[in-house]
Design a protein around this ligand. Structure first.
Ligand SMILES: Cc1cc2nc3c(=O)[nH]c(=O)nc-3n(C[C@H](O)[C@H](O)[C@H](O)COP(=O)(O)OP(=O)(O)OC[C@H]3O[C@@H](n4cnc5c(N)ncnc54)[C@H](O)[C@@H]3O)c2cc1C
Length: 322
């Protein structure tokens, strides 16, 4: 028995969420008196792989094969399960990232496992095996018992700290029996926005709503985000009106995020918006209406006109950076 963690990377750069998942896997393995194995797929950077040991993986395995260069859920699930089986892995940790969301159910089906997604805390192994997960669009938590011997835990990014608790290990490449026939979809093209902090990974998010009046005013949001090393986000109507791309839309029908700091500027705080951002560790709201519902969910609030407050915040952020 061992705890197996999917270590997700993008062009050989491991995601912060992978370090969190490995730290979680290591702490869980300690509780279960077993070891934590990190499994990467199609990584060609030995240093990056060996670095995973620092987060607590006692072994790092890298599945290789021509068909495993780009993420494809069906092929990756087959490769991952083959490696997990070779390690007698029966508890699997996968981060709830875009790719993780499509990988985890496939892995669970292959392993005939109990699966729980949206996990936000360490599993309780004192009597049986239960996990805490968010539910009702992040407005409540539930505790779920996992009955099967095989378990897949899908961990919410930014809910468990990445801790350096070990040292580098020598990674091993493992060739897996995955062929073209295992690939069910083909990515025709990938266009990435270079240099921007990905929204789901960001520790700080600066978000704008309809109160920003129009796309021409987003320079202020972007400037503040740049000074804070933050990602930018927006409310649904802002994306619907094409002021901002839909990839920035957060909420019930958009992306769910859990940054350390969420700054909401000119956003009313509708329940559907809060569903996607309400679990942020600290929420700061800027709104000219003191009755705006968002203030009820805020840790810090500024009642004021965004067009007066934002330039002052940008100035202050510049001074702090200097
Ligand atoms: C099924 C369903 C799903 C939905 N899913 C989502 C979702 O995923 N995400 C989402 O965001 N919404 C979602 N919505 C829409 C949601 O109900 C709200 O309509 C939306 O969040 C409002 O966006 P907003 O706060 O930007 O705009 P508004 O409600 O128009 O609020 C603008 C705010 O800006 C403030 N303001 C105005 N001028 C200024 C200024 N100069 N300075 C400072 N503040 C100012 C106003 O006081 C106001 O509070 C959904 C709705 C439905 C029915």
């Amino acid at each position: 028995m061992s705890v197996i963690v999917f270590a997700e990377h993008n062009e050989n750069i491991f995601k912060k969420s992978s370090f969190e998942a490995i730290s979680y896997g290591k702490d869980l393995a300690d509780k279960l008196n077993t070891n934590c194995v990190a499994v990467a797929i199609g990584c060609s950077d030995t240093n990056a792989l060996s670095n995973l040991g620092k987060y607590g993986a006692s072994k790092v395995l890298n599945a290789t094969g021509n068909t495993l260069k780009v993420f494809e859920a069906a092929a990756f699930a087959k490769a991952f399960c083959e490696v997990a089986q070779s390690q007698s892995g029966n508890v699997v940790i996968i981060s709830n990232t875009y790719n993780g969301k499509s990988l985890a159910p496939r892995v669970a089906a292959r392993m005939n496992a109990s699966i729980v997604s949206g996990i936000v805390a360490m599993a309780d192994t004192t009597s049986g095996f239960s996990v805490k997960k968010s539910c009702f669009s992040n407005k409540a938590f539930t505790y779920v018992q996992m009955k099967e011997a095989n378990k897949v835990l899908a961990l919410v990014p930014n809910s468990y700290p990445a801790k350096e608790s070990g040292s580098s290990v020598t990674p091993e490449n493992v060739s897996v029996a995955v062929s073209d026939a295992d690939i069910k979809t083909i990515s025709k093209s990938i266009s990435t926005v270079k240099g921007k902090v990905p929204l789901t990974e960001a520790e700080v998010v600066v978000s704008g709503g309809r109160g920003m009046k129009g796309p021409e005013n987003w320079g202020m949001i972007e400037e503040l985000a740049e000074w804070l090393g933050a990602a930018t986000a927006c409310s649904k109507p802002v994306a619907d009106m094409d002021w901002r791309p839909h990839s920035e839309h957060v909420g019930q029908t958009g992306i769910t995020i859990k940054p350390n700091l969420y700054m909401a500027i000119g956003i009313s705080g509708a329940i559907q918006h809060l569903a996607g951002v309400g679990s942020s560790k600290v929420i700061c709201v800027i709104n000219k209406d003191p009755e705006a519902p968002f203030f009820k969910a805020a840790d810090y609030g500024i009642v004021g006109d965004a067009f007066e407050v934002l330039p002052q915040l940008i100035e202050r952020a510049k001074q702090l950076k200097a």
